[in-house]
Write a protein that binds this ligand. Structure first.
Ligand SMILES: [Zn+2]
Length: 294
């Protein structure tokens, strides 16, 4: 079963993997003048965790369950089952994967979840917000409060007016918790509890946030898609396919890396392959990512 556990001070993190996605560097970074040579000996830290020996990046779609302060919080809810998704992302369309069964088997009945937050509202981060039951979309976690970052939700609501794909996403994943009265709108600086807070990291999407954890002197940052791969430590300026505002995303990424490099802050990416946590270190004018094995 694809679940992994790690600790941040007194907090427990359970990573529940939905599926693995090997991607080409060219697909992820379409503007690169020449595809990065990710097998370059200058980037030995990418292998074996984050790239394979055939030159593909290894990426996961996954959720994090953080338990601290008596709270069970889910960060990002993957792609989901039964969702109509176009745009050539075949692995996302009409899935029928065992994610929810594995999530429950990892020790989390759906009723045990107190809070759900998406780092942003892209299709691979909000899918399991809702599931199909008897032909109707219902909240997957019936007891949870779903925290919607105000400016992120406003953006997707507005876009649903003109985009059929976004309208579908809103209807099958974002509106069901709202209609069930489970949504709290929060600012991107929201503090959840003593050990949990949000940090704005806009750019990949207009209201993208990091989820920060600080417990017993240990800190971590769940950075969503602020970086899609640790490769971006070595090339923070390179635009990945999915950044909404490339310039803003680049500035946000650079600022985070400058601030985090050399600290003990454990960085978890929503698409970083196992092990998903690592430390950022300086490497010339850029950075590298050192996986924390546990
Ligand atoms: Zn994503």
């Amino acid at each position: 079963m694809a679940t992994f556990q790690s600790r941040i001070g007194d907090a427990t993190v359970t990573t529940v993997e939905e599926f693995i996605l090997p991607t080409s560097v060219r697909w992820m970074f379409p503007d690169a003048e020449a595809p990065f040579d990710i097998l370059n000996p200058a980037l030995p830290w990418l292998q074996p965790h984050f790239a394979n020996d055939r030159g593909h990046l290894l990426q996961s779609i996954q959720s994090f369950v953080i338990q601290v302060d008596g709270i069970t919080l889910v960060v990002d809810t993957g792609v989901g089952n039964d969702k109509q998704r176009g745009g050539g992302i075949g692995d996302f369309n009409m899935r029928s994967g065992p994610f929810l069964e594995e999530f429950v088997a990892a020790g989390f009945p759906v009723e045990s979840v107190d809070l759900v937050i998406a780092t942003h509202m892209h299709t691979d981060h909000v899918g399991w917000n809702a599931r199909l039951e008897g032909g109707t979309w219902v909240p997957t976690f019936p007891r949870a409060r779903y925290l919607y970052v105000d400016r992120e939700w406003a953006h997707w609501q507005a876009e649903a007016e003109t985009s059929e794909a976004t309208r579908t996403l809103v209807e099958d994943s974002l509106r069901p918790p709202l209609e069930a009265g489970l949504v709290d709108l929060v600012p991107p600086t929201h503090r959840i509890s003593d050990s949990l807070w949000l940090e704005p990291s806009h750019g990949h999407s207009p209201g993208h946030v990091n989820v920060r954890v600080g417990s017993a002197g240990v800190e971590a940052a769940f950075i969503g898609d602020m970086m899609h791969s640790p490769l971006q430590c070595a090339a923070p300026e390179e635009r990945p396919t999915f950044d909404r505002d490339a310039k803003w995303a680049r500035e946000t990424r650079r600022e985070f890396l400058e601030r985090t490099a050399g600290t003990q802050v454990r960085v978890y990416g929503s698409h970083f392959h196992r092990p998903v946590a690592g430390l950022v270190e300086r490497d010339g004018g850029n950075f590298r990512f050192i996986a924390v094995d546990e």
